[in-house]
Design a protein around this ligand. Structure first.
Ligand SMILES: *Cc1c(COP(=O)(O)O)cnc(C)c1O
Length: 440
């Protein structure tokens, strides 16, 4: 399809290039595969965009949506009215998330959920008359979404410079990215070193001015950055020590992605807020949720307070019905448990490739998320390989594989329904990609 046929503006793309050279239309999907409109079958190792956790083609979700649209397609949750899918879903989310997260606020995207959290944080400290507690700390290279607030929370430099961000009051520290910043240290020492960055930043700003710390347990869009094991527990203690609210963005890590329902419970983080989106409906319908801790809810939901925040689609019955069915499938089919086994097989295959190839500097994997990182010195010094690397994503797609290829690695986040056969196909295609980098 060529200009002037295209009218859509595509997110995070060079739109000029697309209008000149066309774009692929995806017309069908089933389990782990997507199909374009000219019949190519592509292994989707990114689950759409880190979201189709149960895999494509589950008719149960379609049926849940159809039923709910027929019964009650919309209902506002503003006028002392609600709908039963959103009630059931909030109950379910409270059950599966650990700790004191007994309160749920619904939105439609990860970005708006993070925006909601920032508003709740401000309202919380304002009500407690600690109005100076406004600064929010997060990590360089983090991805928290695309609204002004979410992009400010995020640490993506190109987004910041394009829109003159971050907004005032958003500051960033070094992420716990061992392969990039940890050389010469043990994982454990680097975990301590990285956590100290947070403590130092809090002390520099003054704890009385710091409202909250935001973190993805594993940086997803930034490169599947898995922190050293001691990092998150240290972060938790630092936040407690300085009365800084802990906000855990589980938009990617939630719903089984890391081999547990949530990373927060696996690390016993006891956050004040959790952000959920993406895998909440396995991408079948737009929906996000903010899990709110009791300490916050006690203040925000006090008898004197009328909440000054909400969206038309808060608690949307169709999306909530789809999410309920998604959770049922994850649970009843033991997809999270079985994906851990598949993750082990995948890890072994990738380590095998790493041992055979001098191109790979780092393999990272936790559950069904990970990265294959080409040696940083090769990409810096070898012009041919780094040029080929810039074409690698196109190579993979034309060879029937979707991954993300970026500076920090070849990123993958397969559906939890992958079996050994998909792992085998994936590994073969990765090997072809590595050959493409060095071939004459
Ligand atoms: C995708 C993502 C978001 C933003 O979600 P949208 O639905 O695209 O707004 C927020 N946080 C993380 C960690 C994400 O990966």
């Amino acid at each position: 399809m060529k200009i002037p046929d295209l009218h859509q503006i595509y997110p995070f793309q060079n739109n000029y290039d697309i209008r000149e050279n066309g774009i692929k239309i995806i017309s069908k999907a089933d389990k782990s595969y997507i199909f374009d409109n000219v019949g190519n079958k592509i292994l989707d190792a990114l689950s759409g965009l880190w979201c189709v956790n149960i895999g494509y083609g589950r008719k149960e979700l379609a049926e849940a949506a159809r039923f709910q649209m027929t019964e009650l397609p919309y209902c506002n949750n503003f006028f002392k009215t609600t709908n039963s899918p959103s009630e059931k879903l909030s109950e379910e989310l409270v059950k599966i998330s650990a700790g004191n997260l007994n309160n749920v606020f619904f939105g439609t995207s990860g970005s708006d959920a993070n925006d909601s959290i920032v508003q709740f944080i401000r309202q919380y400290w304002n009500i407690l008359d600690k109005k100076e507690k406004k600064v929010i700390i997060s990590l360089d290279n983090a991805y928290h979404g695309s609204t002004l607030v979410a992009a400010s929370l995020g640490g993506m430099k190109p987004m910041h410079s394009a829109s003159s961000l971050p907004l005032p009051g958003f500051v960033h520290i070094m992420p716990p990215y061992y392969y990039k910043f940890g050389s010469g240290q043990t994982q454990e020492d680097f975990g301590i070193f990285s956590a100290n960055e947070l403590e130092n930043k809090i002390l520099e700003i003054g704890p009385e001015n710091v409202a909250a710390f935001f973190i993805e347990p594993i940086q997803g869009g930034g490169g599947a950055i898995i922190p050293p094991d001691n990092y998150l527990p240290l972060i938790k203690n630092i936040c407690k020590k300085y009365d800084v609210l802990l906000c855990v963005d589980e938009v990617i890590t939630g719903f089984g992605r890391t081999g547990n329902w949530f990373a927060s419970s696996a690390y016993n983080l006891e956050p004040d807020f959790i952000t959920l989106a993406k895998g909440l409906t396995s991408g079948y319908a737009p929906l996000s949720a903010v899990m709110v801790g009791d300490r916050i809810a006690k203040v925000l939901l006090d008898k004197e307070i009328k909440l000054q925040h909400g969206y038309t689609f808060t608690g949307h019955p169709v999306s909530c019905a789809v999410a309920l069915e998604n959770i049922r499938i994850l649970r009843e089919e033991n997809l999270i448990e079985s994906s851990r086994e598949v993750s082990k097989i995948l890890e072994n295959s990738l380590n095998y490739i790493k041992d055979k190839s001098n191109l790979i500097g780092d393999i990272r994997i936790k559950g069904m998320i990970g990265a294959i990182q080409i040696r940083k010195e090769i990409l810096l010094e070898d012009k041919k390989i780094s040029y080929r690397y810039s074409k690698l994503l196109d190579f993979f797609i034309s060879n029937g594989l979707i991954v993300d290829v970026m500076e920090n690695g070849i990123l993958f986040a397969p559906s939890l329904c992958w079996k050994e056969s998909e792992v085998h196909e994936f590994t073969q295609k990765i090997i072809s990609g590595l050959d493409f980098l060095t071939r004459n």
